[in-house]
Design a protein around this ligand. Structure first.
Ligand code: NBP
Length: 481
């Protein structure tokens, strides 16, 4: 179908019109851009036109050829198909149709190494490529997401007037900025999702403590999360936690109590943890969050284990306001650790891959549109304004003071959880990271001694330069491992 009503070419194309693509296309059209539409199965295009065709200037196409022909040059096309092979297939189809300097933007949740590979594939074909992380889910795509574009800088400059209008703005600043070359945009989106995993796991642990130690019901906890939203924890995730806890289903009971306790995952949290392991960055909160989802998935095994493995006696009692505040403080301190770890991961990635990541700008574009949007991100931006080379957020005065203030409550809550058998892997691993970080001399000297003992791996000394190996036998002989 060609566009009858308008003679002008489309400003941007959206290829893939499932929930995200359709909403992004509507977003662009509502902002006044002409949008070419294509989906493999034409029914989706028809549905979009039937339901929302009046929202703006759409150019629906039935074939890739027609789609490409509808676009103004240099063409800019956002691919919003399922991550993985479909993206490669679409890129190959487009390369056959596009001209030099045209731009392909992958807006899906692609793995950053795939993005780097596609960037090179397109460069070889004289096509400019952008890998753009988009956060905010279905609603964000329509109303204004947070966007993390990476790839060819000149291509970003061409699409910037469009994408900065499509992104949500906070205090007049669009939640979209050029991130860096190759796969940098999708990398930053991946870490965003990893932090989202950690943030959600921490909230879940706070919920578990209030429910298990103090027997609070969903409505009481909804009130507490609503209170917490008024303070430092103010965030979208805390807001929706209150809403989820408050929801009552058709039975008149809290819906949350009827939901199966098995969490699913699509992979971005796992990618973040895998990459942290590869880079050697201690990203414990995100990794624990991934493992907690994996343990939640062993529902049958947990059911069996509950019958066989005794549980410490829990004496449920009414909490004092101070005890609830202690959980809040433990949550805030752990959250600071999770973000400090995620931002350190990006620092190390920037050094490793040669990207000039501006962490303050990244915090700025996460303040709106995305799932981890929070007041807290202003604090992170301010920390990087104070010191753009900050190696760890905990070394910034604001975050140091916040953690020190929460520390006593944080420790108390974890002790209580341990005594009562409540699993708080993200709370406790965050504290373990903190305790490890704040010691100039840790216990790894013993690790080095052991490694040299069985494997002659050598060690360094505090008092002398160089590498040393010791014959560990008391008689000076080598020890055979
Ligand atoms: P899906 O990830 O569910 O993918 C469905 C789309 O991919 C349809 O348009 C489908 O076309 C198309 N497609 C498939 Br499947 N295989 C194809 C192929 N071989 N060739 C061409 N098209 C193919 O869509 P979504 O949920 O809208 O997400 C799109 C992207 O955005 C994904 O990468 C997703 O991870 C990411 N994302 C999603 C969210 C969210 O909240 N859902 C948030 C942020 C990012 P068809 O109609 O012909 O089957």
């Amino acid at each position: 179908m060609s566009d009858q009503a308008h003679t002008g070419k489309a400003d941007i194309g959206v290829l893939g019109l499932a929930v995200m693509g359709a909403n992004l296309a509507r977003n662009a059209a509502r902002k006044g851009f002409g949008v070419a539409l294509f989906n493999r199965n034409h029914e989706r295009t028809d549905k979009l036109m039937a339901e929302h065709g009046s929202e703006g200037r759409f150019h629906p196409a039935k074939t890739i050829e027609e789609f490409v022909a509808a676009l103004a040059k240099p063409r800019a096309i956002i691919i919003m198909v399922k991550a993985g092979k479909p993206v490669d297939d679409m890129i190959e189809d487009l390369i056959g149709q596009l001209e030099p300097d045209d731009i392909i933007i992958d807006g899906g949740n692609s793995l950053f190494t795939d993005t780097a590979r596609r960037f090179k594939r397109c460069r070889d074909a004289n096509i400019r490529f952008i890998g753009m992380g988009i956060s905010g889910g279905e609603e964000g795509a329509l109303e204004g997401p947070s966007m993390m574009p990476g790839g060819e800088r000149s291509a970003y400059d061409r699409i910037a007037p469009m994408v900065t209008k499509m992104a949500v703005s906070v205090d007049g600043t669009p939640c979209c900025t050029y991130i860096g070359p190759e796969g940098a945009g999708h990398y930053v989106k991946m870490v965003h999702n990893g932090i989202e995993y950690a943030d959600m796991q921490l909230i879940t642990e706070a919920y578990d403590l209030m429910k298990t130690l103090y027997g609070l019901d969903a409505a009481a906890m909804a009130d507490i999360f609503t209170d917490w939203k008024a303070g430092d924890l103010d965030s979208y995730l805390i807001e929706i936690t209150a809403a989820v806890l408050r929801k009552v289903d058709g039975t008149g009971k809290p819906l949350i109590d009827a939901i199966v306790d098995e969490a699913e995952q699509k992979g971005t949290g796992r990618w973040t943890a895998q990459n942290a392991l590869e880079l050697g960055v201690p990203v414990t909160a995100i990794t624990e969050a991934v493992f907690a989802r994996a343990l939640s998935g062993r529902r049958g095994m947990r059911g069996e284990a509950e019958k066989k493995l005794p549980h410490p006696a829990v004496s449920t009692r009414k909490p004092s306001p101070e005890e609830i505040n202690a959980i809040r403080d433990a949550l805030y301190a752990s959250k600071i650790i999770a973000y400090a770890q995620g931002f350190e991961q990006m620092t190390v990635a920037a050094q490793t891959f040669g990207w000039d990541l501006h962490l303050g700008e990244i915090a700025t574009i996460w303040r709106g549109g995305c799932i981890i949007r929070a007041r807290f991100l202003n604090r992170i931006r301010e920390a990087y304004d104070r010191d753009p080379k900050l190696s760890n957020l905990l070394l910034d005065d604001y975050f140091r003071d916040a953690v020190v203030k929460a520390e006593e409550a944080w420790r108390r809550v974890i002790v209580l959880a341990v005594e009562n058998g409540v699993a708080v892997p993200a709370f406790s691993s965050s504290l373990a990271y903190y305790d490890g970080l704040r010691r100039a001399r840790g216990p790894a000297n013993l690790l080095q001694g052991l490694r040299d003992y069985f494997g002659a791996h050598t060690y360094r000394r505090l008092d002398k330069e160089g590498s040393f190996h010791t014959r560990w036998g008391q008689d000076g002989s080598e020890i055979e491992a």
